[in-house]
Design a protein around this ligand. Structure first.
Ligand code: NAD
Ligand code: TYD
Length: 348
């Protein structure tokens, strides 16, 4: 099979390729990525020279270029990860989200429609539970929960999900959608909660908790997510949606104190010293209170279960960041420093 993986130089896409390229020499994996600030080719060093791996540096907003990749590689399967993915950036600059997440998905669907006239190709769209909006203290998201996105990021992902479904209904395209909860693990760009807090704790910098730290996220280890996507591709049904969650609901403040505890354990700093770095800062506008995924469908229909608990996955993740200073140096570019300055200076 020829598999076009979009966004394969980002966090989840790189974990997906690192897992599957060596495991499946019988498939060719083409990574289509425009290499935004969030991408890092250093994340793919282990597979860059593999016989069954190719890289195409292409922007999905450019239809002609996407069409060219389809003509050249003739993929049978698209696994669509490419997106602008950070909620805070979607608040300070939403335009790129509309372009990449909505127009980019539309371009991929159009190219697939043109090249898959035999109806055989499969379009797997990777989405988020944030399309369902915010939960109160109770309840969980199921696949039929009404869409109610809060941020420009989640609204753009919601729009892309609707486009994918429309291509299934209108053009008979074979599509599948997975909506997952917050991922964490190796290779995540340190603007997201967990790697940001880990690196700041290691450097003795403030740990900026939005609002009162009472928002809840359902944490999913990235390796478990990638296995789930591969299972849906192999065993799922066309036209279906599957929710993927880690069954790990944790309040942000508890995530941060747990990070302090593990970093202390692994570095010889004290937990008290690290917890002293916790700083409550101005909340995110439109901040969703709680996300929680009910993953009964994928568990019952495809026998998928997460293998990591939050405790085991978090320790593994922190160890990875401590063991990979070269990767961290690569991503801490001028652009990263500018973002940190811009996002946190007004939250004081
Ligand atoms: P990321 O920001 O780490 O990586 C995104 C990748 O997409 C980067 O390599 C970037 O260069 C590429 N990209 C962005 N715009 C592009 C464009 N116009 N053309 C080509 N490539 C482009 O994101 P991630 O965390 O790996 O997320 C991957 C997917 O999973 C996204 O669709 C995201 O919405 C979804 N998702 C992520 C999470 C999470 O917790 N990280 C949770 C649910 C869903
Ligand atoms: P994030 O990792 O940005 O993921 P998402 O917004 O997609 O859930 O944030 C996770 C949670 O952590 C979210 O409730 C916002 C909060 N947060 C902080 O408290 N401080 C921070 O510096 C960041 C980046 C996030």
């Amino acid at each position: 099979m020829k598999i076009l993986v979009t966004g394969g130089a980002g966090f989840i896409g790189a974990n997906f390729l690192n897992l599957l390229v060596p495991r499946h020499p019988e498939h060719v994996f083409v990574n289509l990525d425009t290499l935004t600030y969030a991408a890092n080719l250093g994340s793919l060093e282990g597979i860059a020279k593999a016989d069954n791996y190719r890289l195409e540096v292409v922007d999905i907003v450019d239809f002609e270029a996407v069409d060219g990749v389809f003509t050249k590689h003739q993929p049978d399967l698209v696994v669509h990860f490419a997106a602008e993915s950070h909620v805070d950036r979607s608040i300070s600059g939403p335009r790129a989200f509309i372009k990449s997440n909505i127009e980019g998905t539309f371009n991929l669907l159009e190219a697939a429609r043109k090249h898959w006239s035999d109806g055989k190709g499969l379009f797997h769209h990777v989405s988020t539970d944030e399309v369902y909006g915010s939960l109160g203290d109770t309840g969980m998201f199921v696949e039929t929960t009404r869409y109610d996105p809060s941020s420009p990021y989640s609204a753009s992902k919601a729009a892309s999900d609707h486009l994918v479904r429309s291509y299934a209904r209108t053009f008979g395209m074979r599509t599948r959608i997975t909506n997952c909860s917050n991922n964490y693990g190796p290779l995540q760009f340190p603007e997201k909660l967990i790697p940001l807090m880990v690196l700041n704790a290691v450097d003795g910098k403030p740990l900026p908790v939005y609002g009162e730290g009472l928002n809840v996220r359902d944490w999913l280890y990235v390796g478990d997510h990638c296995e789930a996507i591969w299972k849906v591709i192999g065993e799922g049904a066309d036209g279906e949606t599957y929710n993927i969650g880690g069954n790990n609901e944790v309040r942000n403040i508890d995530v941060v104190t747990e990070i302090c505890s593990i970093v202390a354990d692994l570095t010889g700093k004290t937990k008290g010293e690290l917890e002293g770095l916790i700083t409550y800062v101005k909340d995110r506008p439109g901040h969703d209170l709680r996300y929680a995924i009910d993953a009964t469908k994928i568990r019952n229909e495809l026998s998928w279960e997460p293998t990591e608990t939050f405790e085991t996955g978090l320790r593994k993740t922190i160890k990875w960041y401590l063991d990979n200073p070269a990767w961290i140096e690569q991503v801490r570019t001028g652009e990263y420093r500018n973002w940190i300055e811009k996002n946190y200076q007004d939250r004081g």
